[in-house]
Design a protein around this ligand. Sequence first.
Ligand SMILES: C[S@@+](CC[C@H](N)C(=O)[O-])C[C@H]1O[C@@H](n2cnc3c(N)ncnc32)[C@H](O)[C@@H]1O
Ligand code: SF4
Length: 413
Amino acid sequence: MDGMGESARLQAECAAGRDGSAVGIYVHVPFCISKCAYCDFVSYAGLDNLHDSYADALAAEIASAPRLRARTVYFGGGTPTVLRPTRLHELLEALGRRIDIIGGAEMTCEANPDTIDGPTLSRLRAAGFNRLSIGVQSLDDDVLKVLGRTHDACVARRAVDLARQAGFENINIDLIFGAPGESLDSWTRTLEEAVALDPDHLSVYSLTVEDGTRLAAAIAAGELPSPDDDLAADMMAAAASMLGAAGYERYEISNYARPGRQCRHNVDCWRHHDYLGFGASAHSKIGGVRLSNHGAVDRYVASLLGRATGCSKMIDSGEAISCDGMELSRMPQRVWSQSLSVRDRACEATILGLRLLGGMSRDRLDELWDGAGIDVGVALDQLRADGLLEAGDSVRLTERGVALANEVFRAFV
Ligand SMILES: C[S@@+](CC[C@H](N)C(=O)[O-])C[C@H]1O[C@@H](n2cnc3c(N)ncnc32)[C@H](O)[C@@H]1O
Ligand code: SF4
């Protein structure tokens, strides 16, 4: 530790959150209409009976939040748009009553194409959301089937058009490459068609086969081929080249944006700024402390609404973490809290910061690692010699470093 007690430091940083730098707000909605074959996010299908009580619990958690300032609001999931737009509107209003959301804040809502129509989108826009992130994933129907998506390419395209018509001027689409059986030709067509939709931002993810998913089981059973790493590398290169040629800047390993359209919420997270999360499994980082809520929806709801007993027991971190006069770590929805050591903070901030292709200043890196008593220059010299980093006044991944980013990150763990 660096001399200042954690609680004292948190309180100081919390005060900064109220008066100076603003935090990001994340609201997790863990429901989907159906579970995709590849997804291991905290999201559940078939819990429609819990939607209303979950929204009530979110409202209760928000009502008891510390009074911070926020510059971004992000509703993610799961699929937030499985909740009725009026509920999402009420939750934004609840946030506005408790949190000082600065003018012009970026307010994102994630959506699955199957959950949005014209009237829903107009209501979301009127509620105050000004950025929509649509899970398109692919514009090839065969790939969408392998991924276990409920929509086809036509519905995905229409969702983007409807969002524009509803007045969204900042639209992201998520794409995934490397599905079993997907060819480079098919991926190239998806990219061409995605560019034709003219989104402001694209998140382009390499498919990860997560343990415990239907996709992992199908691959293990030999029903589907394993993803091919070389093909995935070619697909990543095709995305960089085609999206670059279409005027999108690659500003993070998996993210591309029109000028000025980077996702501010995520950029702040990569810059290691603070955020406050609401909802089941939501994490927060305030000052040097991480907090996490119950992951199970029923326990989260019960902890906030008191509709069941025995569910509000939390793991005691042994330390009361206060912010705005509240013991954040001892709130009933929390399952754990953890004070990050100076080294943990340096490690996290470096790995997140280097994901941004603009990199980090050398001064910032030195400041982070000097605090932990570690000379970061040794690791930087080695990574530069390996052609993975450019390290002058600012430190950033080279093209080779982007492709081998995990190798770079391991050097800082
Ligand atoms: C919460 S979802 C987005 C909104 C909505 N639930 C949907 O899927 O339409 C976040 C994104 O993470 C990506 N994702 C999830 N699991 C992934 C995996 N195993 N590999 C690669 N990308 C994944 C998908 O692109 C997905 O759109
Ligand atoms: S990818 Fe999106 S829609 Fe599919 S299960 Fe995950 S969170 Fe739900």
